[in-house]
Design a protein around this ligand. Structure first.
Ligand SMILES: Nc1nc2c(c(=O)[nH]1)N[C@H]1C(S)=C(S)[C@@H](COP(=O)(O)OP(=O)(O)OC[C@H]3O[C@@H](n4cnc5c(=O)[nH]c(N)nc54)[C@H](O)[C@@H]3O)O[C@H]1N2
Ligand SMILES: Nc1nc2c(c(=O)[nH]1)N[C@H]1C(S)=C(S)[C@@H](COP(=O)(O)OP(=O)(O)OC[C@H]3O[C@@H](n4cnc5c(=O)[nH]c(N)nc54)[C@H](O)[C@@H]3O)O[C@H]1N2
Ligand code: SF4
Ligand SMILES: [Mo]
Length: 745
């Protein structure tokens, strides 16, 4: 079906119009390893923090005498990275040298009925965005322009939106990622987890990973602490239908039947309570609802859970005892990407309850009490109060959503959705590749087609840019200032990102785009500076530092101001819950009409001949954002499909053979995927790494490499508590022949 906004593949223009740097730049990058043997005395280094994922490790960008970027290394004093970047961070310079980068603004044009993009000047592109923002604001109010963001550029656009009068702002890192655990932990401890997670892995004696594959999930500080903990004799328990890297380092690997984790968690709670393995003094002093919890789980025995999870009762008992004996230096990890089956807040609640019983919250080797450097805000004028914001898009749903729900913004962009009027009429999207990160692509497509206007800000011609009316090219993190990183950790700390080189081509930093847009929108009072470095210098001076000092330091740490890193023995603690206690029985969930204690519910099973599609990370890639990175594609070019030998035998599929996937709704993958026949996965599911199967031809290395899990996620299970989109209820089967009718978008 022809849609109003054709997805533009940028072919001709992709090659001729978007190429920068040329082969020379890439060749130089390839030679970067030679640099390792050269003394760094000659080199200049400038501080940065990494944008390849959201762990934001601080580092140093090294330049040679000609001023070319040669390498980036971890900052020795940074608690996020402890002096070492992960493979993605090290390869991050590939983002700068990628010859497929966007380097000029683009505007969608229709000629002879065919849509394409043409190069535009900044003046024209910004003018068109301002014209559309004003038109929508006049007709419907500024609230009807929504921002989808992720990463550092999003902070600049968020301030622009607030100045403009819109609080309709959302990121996929909530409803497609960590939202349920934030809601589950908040309902229990009164505090959400946040990023980086305050897990005291360094000092733990037992780490329990439930569908969290640290090691492939390369969140740097956690991976390093986990490996140190293993060296010191800590035990790892990994619950995963797949033998992950973490599983290979574990004392126990529990190859659980997917979608049944809540039963295992409840059985663990049962054993820990019945056998008295919980921390009695802690539970007595800090929690409420213990008796009700005890009563609730009395029949949830390991034998009961065995029938659901396929994990044998003795293993459930042994692992529960192992946790109990390590307590309180035990972490039942909250995970991060936890939008799986639609009852994810309840699963996260069970994880939180287990930690509470083991007394790990606020204890050494459990969860530490984090602290963040407080940086005063630059003295902007007061923001206007919007008439409505993202909360209105929930339309009475998802009462425990603490952050904006991307899918609710998509709903509110549809005409007449659920008998409601269309609330949102324009989008600006920055730093998020929505067609890959949001499931239910046809719905997304429909919402985009219903908009008056959509602008996309990106560094690369990623899939989302093909839906834009205007594309703005951002320069990479090596070429710009952004906000100071001030994330909570064991000690308050900040990190500076500054440009190592000038932006390539006509690309620009987000702060510059926002200042330009702001001034054209009549919001010049919010932009009283010429360069963003002035804002940073002002902020730094308020805390006794300066931009000059930070250019030399890169990272600055302060001693903690507040209480100890852990609770003191017997210390009275007030938790930010309705009762002031850790709520094993959640009064907040009860008053919102949800189960105050978690229950196991069965989820749909694969139909005959289908297998549950599960997905995850590879250490050398971040989602789709690195799929075209020349350094990282050298390490891994495409994903593969993990398949149990029994399944391969039934289908007569050989190791290395390519297959197309079809899901329960009849959608096919656009490209085939190579099968990896392995005992390391259960027979009832197949696994692939997210972020591959790119459809933009302008991505010369990534185009058509591997398959996209997102194309197979057409059914979602929505968490009624916070709106998260559970994505693991999709089932696939295999097609050896290329499908004639490709139904994917
Ligand atoms: N099917 C499926 N969906 C998922 C997941 C999954 O595993 N499978 N994971 C979920 C999770 S955990 C998350 S957090 C989300 C992540 O979702 P996204 O944040 O959408 O993920 P990325 O693929 O990193 O998209 C980032 C986009 O930002 C662009 N970009 C990179 N650097 C810059 C920059 O400096 N400036 C600008 N303006 N743009 C930049 C990239 O080119 C890319 O287009 O996806 C979720 N969705
Ligand atoms: N290298 C790299 N690291 C990253 C990222 C990246 O893109 N690349 N992204 C970062 C981001 S934003 C996030 S949110 C995190 C996500 O990382 P995590 O939160 O660690 O994990 P997921 O990607 O959700 O989980 C994938 C694991 O869950 C298992 N699994 C699937 N279904 C089930 C099930 O029903 N039960 C159980 N117990 N396990 C199951 C899979 O086999 C796989 O091992 O990674 C972060 N780190
Ligand atoms: S974990 Fe790796 S990719 Fe993420 S910020 Fe750190 S170095 Fe960069
Ligand atoms: Mo995430």
């Amino acid at each position: 079906m022809a849609t109003r906004r054709d997805f533009i593949k940028i072919t001709g223009l992709g090659v001729a119009g978007l190429t920068v740097g040329g082969a020379g730049a890439y060749q130089m990058l390839k030679g970067a390893s030679l640099w390792d043997s050269v003394t760094l005395g000659d080199a200049e280094r400038v501080p940065t923090y990494c944008e390849v994922c959201f762990w934001k490790c601080a580092g140093w960008t090294y330049k040679n005498k000609e001023g070319k970027i040669m390498k980036v290394v971890g900052h020795e004093d940074d608690p996020h990275c402890d002096g070492r970047l992960c493979p993605r961070g090290t390869g991050g310079i590939g983002m700068y040298y990628d010859t497929d980068r966007l380097t000029t603004p683009l505007i969608r044009v229709t000629e002879n009925g065919k849509q394409s993009y043409r190069k535009a000047s900044w003046d024209e592109a910004l003018g068109l965005i301002v014209e559309n923002m004003k038109a929508i604001a006049e007709k419907y109010g500024p609230e009807s322009v929504a921002l989808f963001n992720h990463g550092s550029s999003g902070d600049h656009f968020e301030r622009l939106f607030k100045a403009f009068g819109s609080g309709t702002i959302a990121a996929p890192s909530y409803a497609q990622c960590r939202g349920p655990r934030e809601a589950g932990f908040k309902a229990t401890f009164g505090t959400s987890i946040g990023s980086p997670e305050p897990t005291d892995i360094r000092d733990t004696r037992c780490l329990v990973l439930i569908g969290s594959h640290i090691g492939e999930n390369m969140h740097n500080g956690q991976v390093q602490e986990m490996s140190d903990a293993i060296d010191r004799g800590a035990d790892i328990i990994t619950v995963d239908p797949r033998y992950s890297t973490a599983a290979s380092k574990s004392k126990f690997w529990l190859p659980i039947k997917p979608a049944t984790d809540l039963a295992l968690l409840l059985a663990w709670i049962h054993v820990i309570i019945e056998e008295g393995g919980y921390d009695k003094a802690y539970v007595e002093q800090h929690t409420t609802g213990f008796d009700r919890l005890k009563h609730h789980v009395r029949r949830m025995t390991p034998e009961w859970a065995y029938g659901i999870t396929t994990i044998d009762p003795e293993t459930i008992r042994q692992t529960a005892r192992l946790m109990g004996s390590a307590a309180p230096a035990v972490i039942v990890h909250p995970g991060r990407h936890v939008t799986w089956y639609g009852d994810d807040t309840q699963r996260s609640r069970a994880i939180a309850i287990l930690n509470a019983l083991l007394g790990s919250w606020g204890r050494r080797g459990g969860f530490f009490l984090k602290e963040k450097a407080s940086l005063p805000n630059y003295p902007y004028p007061a923001y206007p109060t919007p008439k409505w914001d993202w909360k209105a898009t929930l339309r009475g749903r998802y009462p425990l959503a603490d952050e904006a729900v991307t899918n609710a913004l998509v709903d509110a962009s549809l005409p007449g959705g659920e008998g409601q009027e269309q609330m949102i009429h324009g989008w600006i999207v920055t730093g998020t590749n929505l067609p890959q990160s949001m499931p239910e692509k046809p719905r997304l497509q429909k919402a985009i087609d219903s908009l008056d206007f959509i602008a996309v800000v990106d560094t690369m011609p990623m899939e989302i840019t093909g839906y834009a009316d205007v594309v703005l090219p951002e320069c990479t993190y090596f070429e710009r200032y952004d906000d100071l990183r001030a994330a909570p950790h064991r000690e308050p700390n900040i990190a500076l990102r500054m440009p190592a080189v000038a932006p390539l081509g006509e690309s620009k930093p987000a702060w510059w785009m926002c200042k330009q847009l702001g001034e054209r929108l009549g919001l010049g009072a919010f932009y009283p500076y010429e360069d963003y470095s002035e804002v940073l210098d002002w902020q730094l001076k308020q805390v006794g530092s300066s931009l000059e000092e930070m250019k030399h330091l890169g990272v600055k740490r302060w001693p903690r101001k507040s209480e100890d890193l852990y609770f003191k023995e017997g210390e009275a603690v007030t938790f930010n819950t309705p009762s002031g206690k850790i709520e094993l029985y959640s009064s907040e969930l009860e008053s919102a009409g949800f189960d105050p204690l978690p229950n196991y519910t069965a989820h749909p099973e694969p139909p005959e001949g289908f297998y549950r599609l599960i997905y995850g990370r590879a250490p050398m890639h971040t989602f789709s954002r690195t799929a075209n990175n020349p350094n990282l594609t050298d390490l891994m070019r495409e994903n593969d499909l993990w398949m149990n030998p029994k399944v391969a035998q039934i289908w007569g599929i050989e190791n290395g053979q390519k297959v197309w996937l079809r899901n329960q709704d009849g959608a096919f993958t656009s490209f085939p995927i190579k099968v990896r026949v392995t005992e390391r996965i259960r027979w009832d599911c197949v696994y692939m790494v997210h972020g591959f199967g790119q459809k933009r031809e302008a991505l010369s290395r990534a185009f058509g490499q591997g398959a996209s899990d997102s194309e197979m996620i057409t059914t979602v299970m929505i968490d009624p508590i916070m709106g998260g989109q559970g994505m693991r209820g999709n089932f696939v089967t295999f097609s050896i022949e290329e499908p004639k009718q490709v139904q994917s978008l």
